[in-house]
Design a protein around this ligand. Structure first.
Ligand code: GTP
Ligand code: MG
Length: 432
C-alpha cells in the first residue's frame, strides 16, 4: 500500500502540508485509513491545507527517521513539488526522529501530538485552558528543542544556526532553562486555578443538585445538545456555548442549570471532546477539565451515529472514561444526528440508549425524561421526621433534596423526599 495521493487544493494562501503515515504492526488497513482521515481533519482544524498524503507499510519504525530512507526521499520530493511548508506525521515521533527528519526534509516537521497541541493552543480561551495548554506545549517542546530550533531558524526566526553548532547548543541550554522556569511558574498558577475549580465543585455537590456530564468524541454534537437543552429547559437567560463543525471546538468546561417540566433541576456540563490517541501530555495537563465527568451523577455520552466510525469513537470514549476513573458512573448513550440515518424513526428509546437529533431538537424531550428517570433511580425515597427544635434541617433538605411531601405534625415536621447517598448519610438520624 505504499502510495502517495494528491488532495484537491482549496486555498493557496494557507500553509500547505504533506501528511505522512506509516502503518505498523497489526493495524488493519481500514483503521489506518480512519486514522489518516482524522489527521486530515485535525490539519484542517489547524487552518493548514493538506495537499499530499504519503503512506508506508512498515515492519518496524526506523530509529533515525521513523519511515524508511527511500520514503524520506519521496516525501522530500513531494514537499518540493507542491511547495509544502510543513510535513505532518500521524505517528508519534521521538525527539531525535523529529530532528533528523526536519534536517532531511528541510521543512518544519510536526507529529500528531504537536498538531493537537497547536489546535488546543489556538482555541484555549479561559485562564485555566490557557495554562493547561501552555504547560503541555512546553513539556512537549523540552526534549525537542534541537529540532524546534532548526524549524525556527528555517522560518527566519531568531534561532541559532545549526551549522554553528557551539552557539546553537548554548542557545538550546538557555532555552531549556527558560522553559523549565516557565513550567514551574505555570504549575504554581495551575494549582491555584485547580483550587478554585475544586471549590466550585464542592459548592455544587453540597447544593444537592445532581450533575449530568455531556461527554463524547470530538464533533459528536455535545455543545449543540447543550444549547438545545438550554433553549428548552434553561433556568435563566443562560449563555449558549460555541458550536462549530471542526475538531475540538470546545476546550473549556461550561456548566448550566436546567429545570425539567416536573420541576426537577440538574446541572449540565459540556467540556472538551475525546479523540483516539489523545496525547498523554495533554490528558495530564487537561486532567482537571477532563475529570469533570468524574464528579457527575450521570454521564450522557453523545455519539455521532451518522459517522461510519462511531463504534470506534464510542470505544475511545469508554476507554478514556475508565482511565479517568469514571467508568462506573451510570450512563445514557445518545445516538445523535440520527435524522441522517435511514431506517430509524426518531426518537427511538431503547433501555439506556436514545436516538435523537440535537440540531432539530427531536428526541430531546424524551432524553430529558430518560435523564430524570436515571437520576431518580439513584435516589432513595425516604420519610423523615424532624423535631421542631431542629427546624433548620427543614430548609437544608428543601434546598438540597427533592421534596415530595411535607406535613407539620404534632411531634415534628414529617418530610417525604428523594435523598441521594450523601444526603442519606447526612440525615440518617431523622429517617423513620
Ligand atoms: N446533522 C446534524 N448535525 C449535527 C447535529 N448535532 C450537531 N451537529 C453538527 O455537528 C457539528 C459539531 O457540533 P458540536 O456541537 O460543536 O460538537 P461537539 O461534540 O461539541 O464538538 P467539540 O466541542 O469539537 O468536541 C456541528 O457542525 C453541528 O452543527 C444533529 O443532530 N444533526
Ligand atoms: Mg463542543
Amino acid at each position: 500500500m505504499n502510495k502517495k495521493e494528491l488532495y484537491a487544493t482549496e486555498d493557496n494562501r494557507k500553509r500547505r502540508a504533506v501528511l505522512v503515515g506509516a502503518r505498523i504492526g497489526n493495524i488493519s488497513e481500514e483503521d489506518f485509513d480512519i486514522g489518516m482521515a482524522e489527521l486530515k481533519g485535525l490539519v484542517k482544524a489547524c487552518n493548514i491545507e493538506p495537499v499530499f498524503r504519503a503512506t508506508q507499510n512498515l515492519l518496524r519504525e526506523d530509529s533515525a527517521t521513523f519511515i524508511g530512507s527511500g520514503k524520506v526521499e519521496e516525501v522530500k520530493n513531494l514537499v518540493l513539488e507542491c511547495e509544502a511548508d510543513v510535513v505532518i506525521f500521524n505517528n508519534q515521533l521521538s525527539p531525535s526522529q523529529m530532528v533528523n527528519l526536519s534536517k532531511a526534509l528541510d521543512v518544519e516537521v510536526i507529529d500528531r501530538t504537536g498538531l493537537i497541541l497547536n489546535i488546543f493552543a489556538e482555541r484555549a480561551k479561559t485562564k485555566e485552558a490557557r495554562l493547561q495548554v501552555d504547560y503541555a506545549q512546553l513539556k512537549y517542546m523540552l526534549p525537542r528543542l534541537v529540532g524546534l530550533r532548526a524549524n525556527l531558524s528555517r522560518q527566519g526566526g531568531t534561532g541559532g544556526s545549526l551549522s554553528n553548532k557551539g552557539s546553537g547548543e548554548k542557545q538550546i541550554e538557555l532555552d531549556r532553562r527558560k522553559i523549565e522556569k516557565e513550567m514551574a511558574f505555570l504549575r504554581k498558577e495551575l494549582a491555584e486555578v485547580e483550587k478554585t475549580r475544586e471549590l466550585q465543585r464542592g459548592r455544587r455537590t453540597s447544593s444537592g443538585i445532581p450533575l449530568v456530564a455531556l461527554v463524547g468524541y470530538t464533533n459528536a454534537g455535545k455543545s449543540t445538545l447543550m444549547n438545545k437543552m438550554i433553549d428548552m429547559y434553561g433556568t435563566d437567560a443562560s449563555q449558549k456555548v460555541f458550536v462549530q463543525d471542526m475538531l475540538f471546538a470546545t476546550l473549556d468546561t461550561t456548566v448550566r442549570k436546567l429545570e425539567t417540566k416536573t420541576g426537577r433541576s440538574f446541572l449540565l456540563s459540556d467540556t472538551v471532546g475525546f479523540i483516539n490517541d489523545l496525547p498523554t501530555d495533554l490528558v495530564n495537563a487537561f486532567h482537571s477539565t477532563l475529570e469533570e465527568a468524574l464528579f457527575a451523577d450521570l454521564i450522557v455520552e453523545v455519539v455521532d451515529s451518522s459517522d461510519p466510525n462511531h463504534i470506534m469513537h464510542s470505544e475511545v470514549t469508554s476507554k478514556t472514561l475508565s482511565q479517568l476513573g469514571a467508568g462506573d458512573i451510570p450512563k445514557i448513550t445518545v445516538m445523535n444526528k440520527a435524522e441522517v440515518l435511514e431506517n430509524i424513526t426518531i426518537p427511538k428509546v431503547n433501555d439506556d440508549k436514545i436516538y435523537i437529533s440535537a440540531k432539530s431538537g427531536v428526541g430531546v424531550e424524551e432524553l430529558v425524561a430518560l435523564i430524570e428517570r436515571k437520576l431518580n433511580a439513584a435516589l432513595k425515597l425516604c420519610d423523615l421526621l424532624i423535631p421542631y427544635d431542629r427546624s433548620g434541617i427543614e430548609s437544608q433538605i428543601r434546598s438540597s433534596a427533592q421534596l415530595v411531601n411535607i406535613e407539620y405534625q404534632e411531634n415534628g415536621i414529617a418530610i417525604e423526599a428523594y435523598l441521594d447517598a450523601e444526603n442519606y448519610g447526612r440525615y440518617k438520624e431523622f429517617i423513620v
